[in-house]
Design a protein around this ligand. Structure first.
Ligand code: ASP
Ligand code: MG
Length: 415
């Protein structure tokens, strides 16, 4: 991503605030949002506010509702679908502007493209290539607040694109970097990043601080609190993120590396081994026998699956077996493709991937041992495992997933 260096705003204190769909769905909620924005203005910030479409599925202008207006999506071009989907955030920004006006705060609304967000032309899932914040700086000369429609950008030749589901976080992070903001506040309906899904673990805690890397892992592994792409962008620009509730009073979770911007220097180096436990459901494991030790087999299998656009994960190849996972919804198709190659495949269709994530685990002996011990005590089978320097993943039977999450949460004293 290429970001135009700022030429205005050197003495501006800039904050990005992003409000998700569940924060702006009703009139009442929008009033609370307006008060948050007004609070930041009173603290002397210029505020770039990024909004999502109002509400979730069923709400009149939610993204899914807009998508649902088209009877058959397959006959509409992705480019046209982006035109439709981008409307939700545009509507939301104007409605929010009117709420601000009631508080006496002037604010201009910008589409993603008008705000200088330039993307590639991968419609429905575009990547940001460039941010040119000139228009936002111009607005900041006149007003304290700019409202930017999240989740969208524009190609170099002016076609509207969307950034993939959950993409308003990405908008906020990219603007944060482009504006060299003091921080990007992601307002949502939970009070921060948790040590585990509170629906599964009732004593899951809200973390004060977390590193970019850890939250990226958590987000990729199923924690829905923030879009991983947003984290990656903020990390590149070293802009701190904060995840917090629109409706609670808590401070939320700060996402940063070591030293935070601002007056208080806060060190958040790893003081814990495991930060959180996540889970991903509806995963199927495929095991292909290769006792014939034919090297070509892997080649054939992965090529055929790629051609069918089936994404594979948790790949493990050894001399006599090829093991990997696919999404449950792709399982039958994958089996058929492999059978078609004349190969037999064993499946464990109902699995879940449980991950223990923590930047502090790097180089610490005994983490895997604790995981195995905890799961064995509960008779939970580990069907497969893998690791990186910040995560250990275990594939377990889906029926044991919740217990596995709770057990690991307890084993690492996260509650
Ligand atoms: N409204 C979009 C979605 O539902 C973008 C977002 O909310 O971040 O995916
Ligand atoms: Mg979201």
């Amino acid at each position: 991503m290429n970001i135009n260096m700022k030429y205005w705003g050197d003495n501006m204190k800039i904050l990005v605030q992003k409000f998700g769909g569940s924060s702006v769905s009703t009139d009442e909620q929008r009033k609370i949002v307006a008060s948050k924005i007004s609070g930041a203005v009173k603290e002397g910030y210029k505020v770039a506010v990024v909004v999502s479409a109002m509400g979730r599925m069923g709400a009149a202008y939610a993204t899914d509702t807009l998508k649902g207006l088209v009877t058959d999506e397959s006959i509409i071009s992705k480019r046209d679908m982006d035109l439709l989907m981008a409307c939700g955030e545009i509507i939301s920004s104007v409605v929010m502007a009117s709420e601000l006006k009631l508080l006496g705060i002037e604010a201009t609304c910008l589409t993603g493209g008008q705000a200088g967000i330039i993307t590639d032309d991968c419609f429905n899932d575009a990547r940001i290539l460039q941010v040119n914040p000139a228009e936002i700086y111009k607005e900041f000369e006149r007003n304290d607040v700019v409202l930017v429609a999240g989740f969208q950008g524009m190609t170099k030749d002016g076609k509207i694109t969307t950034l993939g589901r959950g993409g308003s976080d990405t908008t906020a992070a990219a603007l944060g970097v482009a504006l060299n903001a003091e921080r990007v506040d992601i307002y949502t309906d939970v009070d921060g990043v948790k040590t585990a899904d509170p629906k599964i673990v009732n004593n899951a805690k809200t973390l004060d601080k977390i590193t970019y890397n850890e939250i990226c892992q958590l987000a990729h592994e199923g924690a829905k609190v923030i879009h991983p792409r947003a984290v990656e962008i903020a990390m590149q620009g070293n802009i701190p993120l904060r995840v917090l509730s629109t409706f609670g009073e808590g401070e939320g979770t700060i996402v940063a590396n070591g030293v935070l911007k601002g007056e208080n220097v806060t060190d958040i180096k790893n003081d814990r081994i495991i930060t959180g436990i996540t889970q991903k459901t509806n995963v199927s494991q495929l095991i292909i026998d290769n006792s014939a030790k034919d090297q070509e087999i892997s080649n054939k299998i992965f090529k055929a699956l790629a051609q069918a656009e089936i994404s594979v994960d948790f790949i493990s190849i050894n001399e006599t077996e090829i093991i990997f996972t696919v999404k449950y919804t792709d399982c039958e198709k994958a089996v058929a493709i492999i059978n078609n190659l004349g190969l037999k495949v064993k499946t464990n269709p109902h699995c879940a991937k449980v991950a223990a994530v923590g930047a502090g685990m790097t180089g610490v002996p005994g983490v895997m041992s604790k995981i195995v011990e905890a799961l064995t005590e509960k008779n939970i089978k580990i069907l497969q495992s893998a690791d990186s320097y910040t995560s250990i993943w275990c594939l377990v039977p889906q029926e044991n997933m919740e217990e596995a999450v709770r057990t690991l949460h307890e084993k690492f004293n996260l509650g």
